[in-house]
Every structure is written in structure tokens, then in C-alpha cells.
Write a protein that binds this ligand. Structure first.
Ligand SMILES: Cc1cc2nc3c(=O)[nH]c(=O)nc-3n(C[C@H](O)[C@H](O)[C@H](O)COP(=O)(O)OP(=O)(O)OC[C@H]3O[C@@H](n4cnc5c(N)ncnc54)[C@H](O)[C@@H]3O)c2cc1C
Length: 296
């Protein structure tokens, strides 16, 4: 089936208008942003909303990247391409450019959005792993106002988020820490494909010079099963340690032990577990090198 079920369509003129529509129409309505996940699902009749609320005109309210000394704020309608090309963002969080280079293809990146990626909540969504790795918080808006939830609480399971039927995601916030950096590695069967496995790492060091000790670190795994972000034993193993290949290998093993991939057309479970380990090693190595000025 390649034709969606009939639906009503309305273009929101403001965030206030969009949430008022959501509140009035209830669970029969869905926001449409880039449409690169929702429209294929509608064509396959995996989703059949009665109303689509288009937020693509809300550029002023929802499409921005704001960087200050202690925080980065990104609007929900920021496109993949904007995140790929933003020089300031690449300097503060190079993980974004690493990931965006390997998300889909230019056509999808021109339209797909940060908000749509997080709200789709596909366990293979690269930006979910990026945001989790960076300890982001999500701003959710409804008719009664705003609330902020951690990324950890935002995703409640595959295709499930903390956003209620009468709410929308408006912004994602990221803490900026001194002496920090990040990296992302993905293995895909062919250019533009979803991940067989991918891994993001973020570290904060006690100093910016080579040899500095790791003050804190996080790893987010993608496409290797549920609950594969914010893995406590990984951060415990990194905290207070001197960077070394032995440390990266030990943490890679923790990553492999804490994921639960399934065998599918992208590889066997064993292969993906191996990827989780190897990509953790590479992402940590690169994040530390960047944080200590040895690599850009
Ligand atoms: C061929 C192809 C390859 C792809 N490859 C990759 C890949 O390698 N890695 C990857 O991570 N992704 C990939 N994607 C997905 C792509 O990143 C999509 O852009 C993304 O999943 C959804 O963003 P969107 O703006 O298109 O969302 P939409 O399709 O518009 O919406 C997706 C869902 O989120 C909801 N939604 C959207 N915005 C909001 C909001 N602000 N508040 C509340 N709910 C909202 C919608 O109601 C819908 O349920 C691929 C997609 C395609 C078509």
C-alpha cells in the first residue's frame, strides 16, 4: 500500500496555535515536521492520523541553534543539514557533525528535523544517541505551559516518548562543559543506510593538555537494542582514570556486555555486539584526543 489513508491538514501559524490544535484534536492528530519518517509510515498504513498539523512555517520559533558559554539550545525544527553545516556547533560538539555526515542522504537531511528524529524514537535514530551522549534535556510544550525532561526520561521505549498527545517538543538543551569533547562512529551496510551499530562518546577532562585525566564520560549506543544509553558502569569505569588503550578496551567490553542486539539484515547479534565494542573504543579515543587538543 503506497497511498495514505485520508486526513485533514492544517499549517500551524505559531507554536501556541499548534498546541491548541493538538489539545482540541487529541490523539487523532499528529505533528508533521520533515515528514521523512511519518509519511512513509502513513503510506504503509502503519500510521493513519486523521489530522496533520504542519509546523514547517514556524522557522522563527523553532529553527535555531543558539550557543552560549554554558549551554547550547537547538529548536525542534532544526534540519539535519543545518546541524551538519553549523561551524559553531561542530566546535562545541563535534559529535553532531560526525553523526550528521552519516545520517541518510542529502534529500532526507534537507528536510528531516531534530524534533522529528527524537519524537520518532526509533532505536536506530542516530540523533537520539547523540543527544543522550551529550546529556541533553527536552523542552515539551502544551497549552498549560512548558516542562523540561532529561533525555533519559524522554525516550520511554521503542517509538514511545514522554510527549503527550496534546504536547509537542519545542527545544533541546545541552550543557557545555570546559575541557570536553565528543565523537561518533557508525557502521552502515552502504552510504545513507541506517546503522548496523553506532556509538557516541563524550568526555570531560581535568585539563586540556595531553595526558589529562578523565573527569567524566558517557557513551550512547544506537541500533543495538533498547536501554543502551546512559550506561552507568561505563561512566563509573571512565571517571578519574588516565586515558589509555587498556581503558578504552575495558569500556568497550562493558558496552558489548550491556547491549542486546538482534540478528537482522544488517548483521548477526554477535557481529553487532563486536561493533558496539570496537566503535566505543574508537569514539572514546577520538573524543579524548579532541578534548586534549591532539585532534580536531
Ligand atoms: C531513506 C531514509 C534514510 C534514513 N536514514 C537515517 C539514518 O541513517 N539515521 C537516522 O537517524 N535517521 C535516518 N532517517 C530518518 C530521518 O532522520 C528523519 O528525518 C527523522 O527520523 C524524522 O524527522 P522528520 O522531521 O522527518 O520527522 P517526521 O517524519 O515529520 O515526524 C516523525 C514523528 O515525530 C513526530 N514529530 C515531529 N516533530 C515533532 C515535534 N516537534 N513535537 C512532537 N512530535 C513531533 C511526528 O508526529 C511523527 O510521529 C532516514 C529516513 C529516510 C527516509
Amino acid at each position: 500500500m503506497q497511498v495514505p489513508a485520508p486526513f485533514e491538514y492544517e499549517r500551524a501559524t505559531s507554536v501556541e496555535h499548534a498546541v491548541a490544535l493538538l489539545d482540541r484534536l487529541g490523539d487523532e492528530a499528529r505533528i508533521i515536521a520533515g515528514g521523512h519518517s511519518l509519511l512513509p509510515m502513513m503510506k504503509l498504513r502503519l500510521a493513519a492520523p486523521e489530522y496533520l498539523i504542519d509546523i514547517n512555517d514556524l522557522v522563527d520559533e523553532l529553527q535555531y541553534v543558539t550557543i552560549t558559554d554554558d549551554e547550547v539550545r537547538i529548536g525542534a525544527l532544526a534540519r539535519h543539514r543545518q546541524l551538519l553545516e553549523h561551524e559553531g556547533l561542530a566546535q562545541v560538539f563535534p559529535i553532531f557533525r560526525d553523526a550528521e555526515k552519516v545520517i541518510a542522504d542529502p534529500v532526507v537531511r534537507n528536510k528531516g528535523t531534530l524534533g522529528g528524529s527524537l519524537c520518532q524514537a526509533d532505536p536506530s535514530e542516530d540523533l537520539s544517541a547523540v543527544c543522550d551522549t551529550l546529556e541533553a534535556s527536552c523542552v515539551i510544550r502544551g497549552v498549560d505551559g512548558e516542562r523540561v525532561v532529561s533525555m533519559h526520561d524522554f525516550h520511554q521505549g521503542p517509538y514511545q516518548t514522554a510527549v503527550a498527545d496534546n504536547e509537542m517538543l519545542t527545544e533541546v538543551r545541552f550543557p557545555v562543559r570546559a575541557n570536553s569533547s565528543s565523537a561518533y562512529h557508525k557502521v552502515e551496510r552502504r552510504a545513507g543506510d541506517w546503522a548496523g551499530a553506532s556509538v557516541g562518546a563524550a568526555v570531560t577532562m581535568y585539563g586540556a593538555e595531553p595526558g589529562a585525566t578523565i573527569a567524566d564520560g558517557r557513551v550512547g549506543l544506537c541500533a543495538v537494542g533498547p536501554n543502551t544509553t546512559n550506561i552507568g558502569p561505563i561512566s563509573d569505569a571512565l571517571r578519574g582514570q588516565a586515558p589509555s588503550e587498556e581503558l578504552y578496551a575495558a569500556v568497550g567490553q562493558i558496552a558489548a556486555d550491556n547491549c542486546s542486539p538482534s540478528t537482522d539484515t544488517r548483521g548477526t547479534a554477535d557481529y553487532k555486539r563486536h561493533l558496539a565494542k570496537e566503535l566505543t573504543i574508537r569514539s572514546l579515543r577520538k573524543a579524548v584526543a579532541r578534548a586534549t587538543g591532539q585532534e580536531s
